[in-house]
Design a protein around this ligand. Structure first.
Ligand code: MAN
Length: 465
């Protein structure tokens, strides 16, 4: 069917305002009069007389000679849709009696009324509703981000406090180990001192026994000396008794020699006593006394009463040091385990802005024959009508695209009978309310879930109205 060419331009080039041509494509339909009225097919380069454009016959392989008719099966018709959004429709929809462009341009004049303004109003109302949903979702999402940030900060400060605790423990262990080494060597010395002490005691009692004997002999000697001295003084010199005279003479000789042969044993005893005192004063900690733990407890009580930290480990005995060392080493192990757990948690990828960190509550919905239960940073389970749980997977990773939208991967679920280990992918669609909307199983035991959630709300999805 022949179509009327509507407008003519002036000047060197003329632009034909063709039906169904978009502003970007208009340049291809410019007539250059000096070259003759021809049209060059847009992609295949074929040149045809210009009056064959929109004449109801398809001449170009790309359909570009019939932008305003339904003649070419691969042609496109441009709806200008002023007041709404322009669109391209397949040219087979042109002049089919059905209005596809809101401005009615795909049908003959009078067939369709222009509903573009009405569509625009509806569009704006819907866009407003969609934007409201995004705004409400974003508010909740921001709170989640703040909660996650707070949790992260709390974790960081817990880690810091454990680290400083461990540092104190380390110093304490070093002090106690030094003290222990010192006490162990003292104990070894102490055993030597104890041995020496015993030996000296034996030696002293031997000497004392000897000394006592000597003393008793001395006292006998004194008695005899006294008898002889009396005899020497009192015998009658006029009796010329040679035996008495000889005895008196010998006594006087003995007297004059006696002084030089004296042994002073008190000196020896005093030396031994000095030595023993010296040994006794050497530090020896071989055994814990009954009082040691009590003493140390008392120290702590007094210290805590006065608010003083009792740090003086000098009073501790070896068993007390060992007990404290054991207990602080055990505490160090416990705290290190705790620290590793917290550091693990800290290093986990909880998605953009760490948002999943604070999402500890469960989302539960019945879909199909099952109830599904998700903790987004934990487990995803499928529960049948008898209440038995099947683990579909545990939160494993976050896949984020350039726009910030993300999906969650859940892996390591229960193996399907004769099948693979269960796993799932979760996607979010923006909504302030959280709800599982779709669960499907695109492959056996690999699940896909679509969840309404503020996690799916993004500022760049807001519709410009
Ligand atoms: C259960 C459910 C299903 C799954 C089959 C596989 O019935 O977990 O989702 O497809 O097991 O045997």
């Amino acid at each position: 069917m022949k179509r009327e060419i509507v407008a003519w331009a002036s000047f060197v080039f003329s632009v034909v305002a063709l039906r169904g041509v978009s502003p970007e494509m208009e340049k291809h339909y410019i007539q250059e009069p000096e070259k003759g009225a021809t049209f060059t097919c847009i992609t295949d380069g074929k040149v045809i007389p210009y009056d064959q454009v929109n004449d109801g016959y398809c001449d170009c392989d790309d359909g570009s000679d019939e932008p305003g008719t339904s003649a070419c099966p691969n042609g496109k018709f441009y709806c200008k849709n002023e007041g709404f959004f322009p669109k391209l429709i397949n040219s087979n929809l042109v002049d089919d009696g059905i209005c596809d462009c809101c401005d009615g341009s795909d049908e003959s004049p009078g067939v369709c009324s222009n509903i573009c303004d009405q569509l625009m109003m509806e569009y704006k109302t819907n866009a407003q509703l969609a934007n409201d949903l995004i705004y409400r979702g974003l508010e909740i999402k921001n709170d989640l981000i703040i909660n996650s940030q707070n949790m992260k900060n709390e974790l960081l400060s817990e880690i810091k406090s454990i680290e400083s605790k461990l540092k104190v423990y380390e110093e304490k262990i070093q002090q106690l180990t030094e003290k222990k080494n010192e006490l162990v060597s003292l104990e070894q010395n102490g055993q030597i001192y104890d041995h020496l002490h015993d030996k000296l005691n034996n030696l002293q009692s031997l000497i004392e026994t000897e000394f006592n004997q000597v003393n008793s002999l001395n006292s006998n000697t004194d008695t005899l000396e006294k008898i002889l001295a009396d005899m020497n003084e009192q015998y009658n010199h006029n009796f010329n008794d040679p035996a008495v005279k000889l005895a008196a003479k010998n006594y006087l000789n003995y007297k004059s020699n006696k002084e030089t042969n004296q042994i002073d044993l008190t000196q020896v005893i005093a030396s031994i006593n000095d030595l023993r005192t010296e040994i006794d004063n050497l530090p020896s900690q071989s055994t814990e006394s009954f009082w040691d733990p009590i003493q140390s407890l008392a120290n702590q009580v007094v210290a805590s009463f006065f608010g003083i930290k009792h740090t003086d480990i000098d009073d501790f005995s070896l068993p007390e040091v060992e007990r404290r060392l054991d207990s602080i080493e055990k505490d160090t192990k416990d705290q290190t385990r705790l620290l590793n757990g917290k550091e693990n948690q800290l290093s986990m990828d909880f998605g953009p802005n760490d948002i999943l960190r604070s999402l500890n509550s469960k989302i539960e919905n019945n879909i199909g024959n099952y109830k599904y239960s998700i903790q987004l940073n934990g487990d995803l389970s499928q529960i049948d009508n008898k209440g038995s749980h099947v683990l579909i997977g545990r939160f494993d990773s976050v896949e984020t695209d350039e726009s910030g939208h993300f999906k969650l991967n859940f892996n390591g679920g229960q193996r399907c009978w004769n099948g693979p280990i269960r796993s799932a992918k979760i996607e979010f669609q923006c909504n302030p309310e959280t709800e599982i909307k779709i669960v499907s199983e695109p492959e056996k035991c690999h699940y896909y879930l679509l969840v309404n959630s503020p996690l799916g709300c993004f500022e760049n999805d807001l519709i410009v109205i």
